[in-house]
Design a protein around this ligand. Structure first.
Ligand code: MRU
Length: 367
């Protein structure tokens, strides 16, 4: 398990907080692609080494790797695996990349980072005008590594921009896992929390358990407690009561896709949390890198929302909790209308309302 010390921009590490243990969900080393199997956390920490495109596709579909930025990174490296072993001709190499992009693009529909990453790698490879399969493989790998490397930087910048918003807050509530486990770096919603922690200020977190797959109870609680952030898991149904009792001063969540008008698709239940926060006058901050914005989509209603198998709802970790054969709805994501979003913390700065004006102004320009 890779962990790294507080990164350089968090230079003011207090004497008490020397090293913060933040897990890496995904990385590439001499052995190839590595993923923590997040379906097995928190009981078992197993690192997978997918060798084939189909292994990566399966890992994304089954949420072994999950969280919008991490899905994008995994897919980008999936294209690298499509060229191992190297096809004999350039034509066959291109066909392998295109076939892999199709396969990976069908795994999960909501996180736009998946399509953004696939497209970015393919376009960069085209621009390189490779003259051999080896040259194509080199171009694909260079771009996948750039996406991974950049994602670490994006998370750090989200941390810097988000940090002042949490000045003085006593505790925050979060939903799902928008942490390091969902990215190539220190997470999105967690990044400002880690930035405070690096200054010796652990801001307590209430983590919604996040049914059906319990990313909050299993993953956020694991990640934050290892890092030294006090975390309290609450049933999803308790989020409004946590607010009503005055236990949290802010809500911090991630995003899978943000429309041009500021509507935010995120893990199912985020919408309810946003309504409750609005009712209690508690700010709701969405933290996301530029790769989670989809400026081709005007509004949240146009975002494709994944529906998953009903048995994820009728069972909990393989144990049936509903009568055999009963119907269940399993929308993996919901849309929080822009009017409930206090601000979006991005790697380029904090976007405040009116989001439909300020998103294109900040995200529409070239980097
Ligand atoms: O189904 P998941 O676990 O992939 O859903 C993840 C989320 O909803 C996260 O909040 C989002 O992808 C941001 S991860 C930094």
């Amino acid at each position: 398990l890779a962990s790294y010390a507080a990164s350089s921009q968090y230079a003011k590490v207090s004497p008490e907080v020397r090293t913060i243990e933040i897990p890496s969900a995904i990385w590439w080393d001499e052995g190839g692609l590595r993923l923590i199997d997040q379906t097995r956390l928190p009981d078992t920490l197993q690192v997978l080494t997918p060798r084939r495109v189909e292994d990566v596709a399966e890992a994304i579909r089954s949420l072994r790797v999950r969280g919008a930025p991490a899905i994008g990174i995994a897919a980008a490296f999936g294209l690298v695996l499509a060229l191992d072993p190297e096809p004999p001709t350039l034509e066959r190499a291109w066909a392998a990349v295109e076939e892999a992009a199709r396969t990976l693009g069908k795994t999960r529909p909501t996180a736009v980072n998946l399509f953004w990453a696939l497209n970015r790698v393919v376009e960069a490879a085209k621009r390189a005008h490779p003259s051999s399969p080896a040259a194509l493989a080199g171009a694909v790998r260079a771009e996948a590594e750039a996406i991974w490397r950049e994602d670490r930087e994006l998370c750090d910048r989200i941390g810097q921009y988000g940090k002042p918003l949490l000045a003085g807050v006593r505790a925050v509530l979060t939903h799902c896992n928008a942490g390091a486990l969902g990215t190539g770096g220190v997470g999105t919603a967690t990044a400002p929390l880690y930035a405070w922690l690096a200054d010796g200020v652990p801001i307590p977190v209430y983590a919604d358990e996040t049914r059906p797959l319990l990313q909050g109870a299993r993953l956020t609680a694991w990640e934050l407690s290892r890092a030294g952030i006090p975390v309290t898991v609450v049933p999803d149904g308790a989020a409004a009561s946590v607010m009503a009792r005055g236990l949290v001063d802010a809500v911090l969540v991630g995003a899978d896709r943000i429309a041009l008008n500021g509507d935010v698709a995120n893990k199912i239940g985020t919408y309810g949390v946003a309504l409750a926060a609005h009712a209690h006058g508690i700010p709701l901050y969405v933290a996301a890198p530029f790769s989670s914005f989809d400026l081709t989509i005007a509004q949240g209603a146009d975002i494709p929302l994944e529906q998953r198998a009903p048995d994820e709802v009728t069972t909990i970790r393989g144990v049936r909790v509903a009568p055999e054969g009963v119907a269940a709805l399993n929308w993996a994501f919901d849309v929080t209308p822009a009017r409930y979003v206090t601000a979006i913390i991005t790697d380029r700065g904090v976007i405040r309302p009116p989001l439909h004006e300020n998103i294109p102004a900040m995200m529409g320009r070239a980097r």
